[in-house]
Design a protein around this ligand. Structure first.
Ligand code: SF4
Length: 276
């Protein structure tokens, strides 16, 4: 099997920084709690668990020690709770996510109703929402009714949305005749580069594999985009999940991976696929 790896794939800067910060803090012998899984990858979470990183879903579960804020960030309420309890904070919020949080706060202070294009259930979006006063989240066209009819809107986006979807939603909002629209591009370039190279590759191969956590938003977005251009696209976490019957009659495969997929998972998959 001829296997090609997408030009850009795997760990992004934000995830790398979070993992390095976790390792550094654990190496000091501290008890560290991650507010939610540090990344959407079971193998990495298990590796860090062995080193002492405990994943919790709420600050209530932490009595003492250090709380690690993952790259998605945390809500203002969670920061307040951590401070109130006198816990130490190691903040690994990605700088790009921090920028969106600040924009949400600034635009809100300037009197804009904030519109976030993104998935309202995603932790990054949940964390951004609290930075503004009047905030709505638009996931798709069916949510546009949440905008209301009047006022000035400040439009931002979850970092891992695709440019196409962001542009489509902004286009729909413009049609609604608001008196003022301020659109700030808050998409992550790393995520866009991964999307572009995945789409380019999936058009050239018989079968496409997208590796990464099933709950990872950026991996799911990669899979969704590839499926649009190649219906033989499969989203898997690793080699063990591959149903080998899908390889029958295929001679060239493409592989890409989300921003939270470690290099060794990609290499293992590619080596085994080449040898199959
Ligand atoms: S995908 Fe982009 S925004 Fe998200 S953590 Fe990585 S670098 Fe930061």
């Amino acid at each position: 099997m001829k296997v090609t790896i997408a030009e850009k794939c795997g760990f992004c800067k934000g995830v790398n920084v979070a993992i390095e910060l976790a390792r550094k803090t654990l190496s000091k012998g501290k008890k560290v709690y991650s507010l939610g899984p540090i990344i959407h990858n079971a193998d990495v979470v298990t590796e860090l668990l062995k080193a002492g990183l405990v994943t919790v879903s709420s600050v209530d579960e932490v009595a003492s020690g250090t709380v690690l804020i993952r790259s998605h960030g945390a809500t203002l309420e969670q920061f307040r709770q951590i401070e109130e309890k006198g816990l130490e904070i190691v903040d690994a919020t990605c700088v790009l996510v921090k920028r969106v949080q600040k924009l949400c706060h600034t635009l809100s202070a300037e009197g804009y109703k904030i519109v976030i294009i993104g998935d309202e259930t995603h932790p990054e979006v949940k964390a951004i929402v609290g930075f503004g006063e009047d905030v709505v989240v638009i996931g798709s066209k069916k949510d546009l009714c949440r905008l209301g009819e009047h006022g000035k809107l400040g439009v931002i986006s979850q970092t891992t949305q695709s440019p196409g979807h962001f542009a489509e939603m902004v286009g729909e909002i413009i049609k609604r005749g608001f008196s003022e629209l301020k659109v700030v591009n808050t998409l992550c370039r790393e995520a866009i580069r991964r999307q572009d190279s995945a789409v380019k590759l999936c058009k050239e191969v018989d079968i496409m594999f997208v590796l990464g956590g099933l709950h990872s938003a950026n991996t799911r977005k990669l899979a969704e985009l590839c499926k649009k251009h190649n219906n033989q696209t499969f989203h898997l976490q690793n080699w063990h999940e591959l149903d080998k019957t899908v390889l029958r009659g295929r001679s060239c495969a493409g592989v890409t991976a989300g921003a939270s997929t470690p290099e060794w998972v990609i290499n293992d998959f590619v080596e085994k696929l080449r040898a199959y």
